[in-house]
Structures are given as C-alpha cells and as structure tokens.
Design a protein around this ligand. Structure first.
Ligand code: ADP
Ligand code: FRU
Length: 303
C-alpha cells in the first residue's frame, strides 16, 4: 500500500499555516503578574505547515496547501516556507482576512508549550480549492485532521484519482487525528495511514498506545497503518493483523522546545515510510528526529 519513493516523490501537506508568537519564559507565569520573557520570536506554525518544514529539512520535495491571509504577515510566512524548500504555489491567498495566530508560552522549567490560538476570519480550504490542484505530481498527500467535511471530500477526490492509476502508482493518503474533537473520527476510515495523538487517545478513554492502536484499528480500513506517538514514551504502530511495533523516545540532553514535536514525528515517519522503510524503522526514525527537535529551539538548528 505504501509505495517506495520514485520519480514522483512529492509529498503534499494540507492544513493550517499560522503565525506562532513564541515567548520563552523561565517559569510558566502566575495569573495576573507581569514578567519579562527570556526570548520572543515569530515562527511559522500550524501542523501541516510544520510537517512540510520537517519534510523539507529531510530533503523531500514538500509542498504545502492551505489558506493564508493577504495581511502583512504573509511575506514572513511565504519567505519562511521558501527557506525550507517548501513549494507554496498552490497556497490560497484570502483577501481582506486577518492572519491566524497562536500565542505560545514555552516554559524552560517544565519544557511545556501552552498554545492560545486565534482565527478571526481566515477561511478553511474549500473542496473547490483542492479540486483545482493537479494531483499527478504527488506520491503522498497528508491531511491535518480539521475542516472535517471538506477534508473527507478531498480524500475522496484522491481516491477517485487513484482509480485511474495502476495500483503501484496510487497516491498514499494519511491523516493526523490530534485534537480532542469527536468529529475527527469520521476521517479515520478514509486513509491509508492514520496518526493518532495522545491527546485524542486520552479523550477517547484509551490509557496507553496499545489500547489506542486496537481501538483506532477497528475504525480504520482493513490493512491501514495506525501510528500513535506518546510523548516521552516514544511511539507504537500497527498494520492490519500484524504485531504492534514500538520505538522508545530519544531524549536530548536538554528538552528546550516541545512545540511541534508531534508534527515533527509525523513528518519524519511519513518520510521514512515513503522511502520504503519498515513500519518499525519508520517510527524509530520519527522518534529520533522528534527527539532531536525537542532539544533545539525551533527547527533552524536542525539544518
Ligand atoms: P505533541 O504533544 O506535539 O502532539 P508528543 O508529545 O506525542 O507530540 O510527541 C511526539 C514525539 O516527539 C514522541 O513520539 C517522541 O518521539 C518525541 N518527544 C516528545 N517529547 C519528548 C521528550 N521530552 N523527549 C524526547 N522525545 C520527545
Ligand atoms: C504545533 C502547532 C503550532 C500552532 C498550533 C495550532 O503543533 O501547529 O505551530 O500554533 O499547533 O493548533
């Protein structure tokens, strides 16, 4: 099902791009106090945008598809995609909209990342936007789990496209089920590879990776790959009736920035799977790259 990368080695990431305003603080602030942060920076964010950054860093031909406001932040966001070699030709620029932003507090003491997200009026990608894209160059299309009704239609368009291709050339589809939102479940049966976060698993009442894989496998289509990262415990995955595979986490000497750890893991795992690595090697690679990422601020030092 998962094809080995060949001439068509593009990976398209569909979902959110926003501006992250990241403040690094020594300790998470007490309510109604006033303190200076150690450092503050702008960073391009959004799960799909982060996935494409990591794929670009790993040397894949990565592309991003999503909406971007036609506001003054647009230049920063598009320039930053370009720094990582991510193709943004298909991005939908929305006139008269405000940039979607996240205010992020990174605590040096606990290594936590607290995100306060805002979207005033930036529309989600429409099915029509997606239908305009020529899917021929892509080997793999990864969807962020959001905008559920539209994304379900987009995945169906990819499946229709696949019907016209020889089996070995099908585009592989994956989805990330991250947020604790019940409507995301509708996307699970539609794709070849499902990434399920610990947050979603806990929301569903699963208490560990094995329970999560069993539960999600029952909702996925037969033979689908299900992958579950679990913070410092690493990650596990399964495919069909095959035995579950596991990888430990690879903690760096100091954990300094956990923002986007899951996005990094998912992208690196997709990269390895798309290159034909086994499921076990792929999640191990995902954990190694995510471990390296949490040891540095942002992604720039991983270049
Ligand atoms: P998120 O909270 O961003 O959704 P997770 O916390 O599940 O993501 O982490 C994803 C992956 O990142 C894990 O599988 C692990 O490999 C790596 N990771 C996360 N936190 C750490 C950590 N403190 N030390 C080492 N690796 C980590
Ligand atoms: C990290 C992230 C941030 C963004 C937020 C949106 O996973 O994509 O970059 O602000 O999540 O939920």
């Amino acid at each position: 099902m998962v094809r080995i990368m060949s001439a068509r080695e593009n990976i398209l990431c569909v979902g959110l791009c926003c501006l992250d305003i990241v403040s690094l603080v020594s300790h998470f602030p007490k309510e109604d106090t006033d303190q200076r942060c150690l450092e503050q920076r702008w960073q391009r964010g959004g799960n799909a945008a982060n996935n494409s950054t990591v794929l670009g860093l790993l040397g894949a031909k990565a592309a991003f598809l999503g909406t971007i406001a036609d506001s003054h932040e647009k230049r920063f966001l598009l320039d930053d995609f370009a720094k990582y070699g991510v193709n943004t030709e298909k991005v939908v620029v929305c006139k008269g909209c405000e940039c979607s932003t996240s205010f992020v507090i990174l605590s040096r003491a606990s290594a936590s990342r607290t995100i306060i997200h805002s979207n005033k009026n930036l529309p989600e990608l429409s099915v029509d936007d997606f239908a305009q894209v020529d899917l021929t160059p892509y080997q793999w299309i990864h969807f962020e789990g959001r905008n559920v009704a539209n994304v379900a239609q987009m995945i169906k368009l990819v499946r229709e496209h696949n019907k016209g291709l020889p089996q070995g050339e099908f585009i592989t589809t994956s989805v990330e089920i991250e947020k604790a939102k019940p409507e995301l479940e509708a996307l699970i049966p539609l794709v070849d590879v499902v990434f399920v976060s610990k947050d979603f698993a806990v929301f569903k009442g699963y208490s560990n990776m094995a329970e999560t894989l069993e539960g999600v496998k029952a909702m996925a289509h037969p033979g689908a790959v299900v992958v579950c990262p679990w913070g410092e415990e690493g990650a596990s995955a399964c495919q069909g009736s095959e035995v579950m595979v596991c990888s430990p986490a690879f903690p760096p000497a100091n954990v300094v920035d956990t923002l986007g750890a899951g996005d990094t893991f998912n992208a690196a795992t997709i990269f390895a799977l798309a290159h034909g690595s086994s499921l076990e090697d792929s999640i191990r690679f995902g954990c190694r790259i995510a471990g390296a990422k949490v040891g540095v601020i942002g992604w720039e030092p991983l270049r």
